[in-house]
Write a protein that binds this ligand. Sequence first.
Ligand SMILES: Nc1ncnc2c1ncn2[C@@H]1O[C@H](COP(=O)(O)OP(=O)(O)O)[C@@H](O)[C@H]1O
Ligand SMILES: [Mg+2]
Length: 406
Amino acid sequence: MIDILLVSSSPDRSRLIGIGLEASGVPHRLRIAHGTARHIRVHAAAIESADLLIVDDVDLSARELSGIEEALACSPQLHCMLVTPGPSTNLLMAAMRVGVRHVLSWPLDPREIVDALTHVANKKTAGARREGRVVSVTSCKGGSGTTLVATNLACTLAQSGAGGAEKPRRVLLIDLNQQFADASLLVADTAPAATIADLCAQIDRLDSAFFDACVMHVNERLDVLAGAGDPVKAADLRPAHLDQLLALARERYDAVVIDVGQSVNPLAIYALDHSDAVAMVVRQDMLYLHAGRRMFDIFRELGYPSTKVQLVVNAYDKRARITLETLETTLGAKIAHRLPRDEKAAVEALNQGVALVDYARKSALAQAIGALADSLWPRATVVKTSALRRLFAARPRPVHQLKTEH
Ligand SMILES: Nc1ncnc2c1ncn2[C@@H]1O[C@H](COP(=O)(O)OP(=O)(O)O)[C@@H](O)[C@H]1O
Ligand SMILES: [Mg+2]
């Protein structure tokens, strides 16, 4: 049962929203208050006891979210949904920045209501059961090596005794690439029986047995949930699906690796938000300076502490024109890891349908991926950063401007 507080400026719309919530079938208790986003503070006492705050405001603008930001900061368990006609990109970004993950437009889409309510209900019941550590691997450009890094991290973690772990880990690799997902090709030479799109299309059936039938069992410790395969199918994936998937995955696996690919959209941001750490893969190339700088700006806007994101330089070349120093200065982040180039091993492993870390276990690249795995899944338990601390995190330091000729 979730506790919902609806703050609406119109009795007609609040009645319609009430009907929509009722039709969702998700058990809830609804309280309705009259008001707008700008004056949300007057409802502070009612918000305190809510699981979900819905703000229905036709005149909502990005500048009026400070009260909602405060409410979310004071109650880390609180979720917020905004309802407004035709939300602009500006408003969507501002909402995400303050921690709002559901922005719905009129007329309300019943599926979006179900997704949002299911998400909140799952969060409430999942509570403190989360155990498996989730790490996302992402990049700002294709071809950086995101998939090579994600797949080999997963395989490394699943190798017995990897990273000094007392017992072998059970590992899940989720291919969330929304273009042409290909992670399963790097770890096995057989086609997956099902993909994340197949699983999410029947998310209502999700239980351990259905999940087991959808994942590819690469070996006794490593499972892979293959990617949607093409952008059309990937477009049906929604944050609420991932929410259910991750809740189950955290309970069943010691380590979960997500290949997020290069997209920055609500699904990708959901994955990054709900990861304990993020590996951001770049190369020493001019184009990574521009896109990488923007990507790190987004991480800062989302309030990620610098410790959450590890900057990984792939195919490191000490003679490259773009030096490590240039990368650090431009991106405003320290380089946490360098991975050497090893084209022969990368090509041969792919041709044989095995992971590079299994094909060339002793190679410098495999060793460097091992070190990356150790730092992303440290042996000591890492204290999770609370939402409260995220929101009150110090403002980011300014980074150097890009030179115009770059
Ligand atoms: N360290 C590396 N050394 C040599 N080749 C690499 C390395 N990392 C990635 N590659 C190669 O670069 C290409 C792109 O890698 P991929 O992981 O598919 O990138 P992304 O997922 O970011 O698009 C692949 O052919 C891969 O084998
Ligand atoms: Mg890829």
